[in-house]
Design a protein around this ligand. Structure first.
Ligand SMILES: [Zn+2]
Length: 258
C-alpha cells in the first residue's frame, strides 16, 4: 500500500512535471506570437508614418515650387483710346473725325484692342492729308466706295486723325476690326515719302505700338494683308520697309526709356 501510494505519488509528480513543461511550451509559443504581432503592428505603423512623411514633404516642395514660379499670365488692361492728340502732345495731330456714315465711318467698335498697325499710301501723288480726309468725308454723299483710315499723314508731316482708334475704318480688308490704318501722302508716282511724312509716321507708329503693347510682327503693310501694291514704295523696296521698321523699333525703345 505504501509502495503503491509512492508510485501514485511519483506518477502524479511526473504528470505534473509534464503538464508544467507543456504549459511552459504553450507560454513560450504565445509570447513568440505576441512578439511577432507587436513587431508586425510596429512595422505597419512605421510604414504608415513614412508614407505620411513622404506625402507631406512632397506637398511642401510642390507648394514652395508653385510659390516660386513667376506669374507669366499678366492681365494687361489697356484703356480704350479714341483721339490721340492729347495722348501724344509732341506730335502735330489734329482730330477731325469723319461724320458717322456707312461709307467711311460706320461708327462700329473694333472687335478687340488693336492688334495690328497697317501702313498704306494714298496712291494720289501730291495730295495733302486734308484732301484725303475730305475725300473720305465726302464718301457719305458720293457713296462711290467704302474707304477711310484712322490716320492720314501729310506731305508736311501733319497728322490728321479721321476715325477714333477704337472704331473701325475701311482700309485694311479683313483686319479692319482689329487694326489701326495709317495712310501716307507722297509727292510723286514713285510712292516714296518726304522726310516729314516718313519721320512722323515712325514716331506715331512707335507711340501707338507702345501704347497697345504690340510686338514688331504686328506692324505690317497693306500688301501683307491682301498682296496689294500698297504702300508701293515699301512693297517695291523690301529693304526700305525693313529700315523703316528698324526706326520704329528704335523709337519704341527710346520712348519707353523716357
Ligand atoms: Zn492700302
Amino acid at each position: 500500500m505504501k509502495q503503491e501510494y509512492h508510485r501514485f505519488y511519483k506518477d502524479t509528480r511526473e504528470e505534473k512535471e509534464k503538464k508544467r513543461r507543456a504549459a511552459g511550451k504553450r507560454n513560450r509559443a504565445r509570447q513568440r506570437m505576441e512578439r511577432l504581432m507587436t513587431v508586425g503592428i510596429v512595422g505597419i505603423c512605421a510604414i504608415v508614418v513614412i508614407f505620411a512623411l513622404i506625402i507631406s514633404i512632397r506637398h511642401f516642395y510642390l507648394q514652395r515650387k508653385r510659390n516660386e514660379e513667376p506669374v507669366t499670365e499678366e492681365v494687361l488692361v489697356i484703356p480704350p483710346l479714341a483721339g490721340v492728340a492729347e495722348q501724344f502732345p509732341d506730335l502735330p495731330i489734329t482730330e477731325e473725325f469723319l461724320t458717322v456714315n456707312p461709307y467711311s465711318r460706320p461708327g462700329l467698335a473694333l472687335s478687340a484692342t488693336p492688334q495690328y498697325i497697317v501702313i498704306h499710301y494714298t496712291a494720289n501723288p501730291g495730295s495733302t492729308a486734308r484732301e484725303n480726309r475730305n475725300y473720305f468725308e465726302n464718301l457719305k454723299d458720293t457713296e462711290e466706295t467704302y474707304a477711310s483710315a484712322q490716320f492720314v499723314i501729310g506731305l508736311e508731316g501733319e497728322i490728321i486723325q479721321c476715325v477714333p482708334c477704337n472704331e473701325i475704318a475701311y482700309c485694311s480688308n479683313n483686319l479692319n476690326d482689329v487694326c489701326i490704318s495709317i495712310e501716307l501722302c507722297h509727292p510723286d508716282e514713285s510712292g516714296s515719302f518726304n522726310d516729314a511724312t516718313y519721320n512722323n509716321c515712325v514716331y506715331l507708329v512707335a507711340k501707338l505700338m507702345n501704347y497697345y503693347h504690340l510686338d514688331m510682327e504686328h506692324l505690317i503693310r497693306h500688301y501683307d494683308v491682301t498682296g496689294k501694291n500698297c504702300p508701293k514704295y515699301f512693297v517695291e523696296h523690301e529693304d526700305r520697309w525693313q529700315v523703316f521698321k528698324g526706326f520704329v523699333e528704335e523709337y519704341r525703345q527710346k520712348y519707353q526709356e523716357e
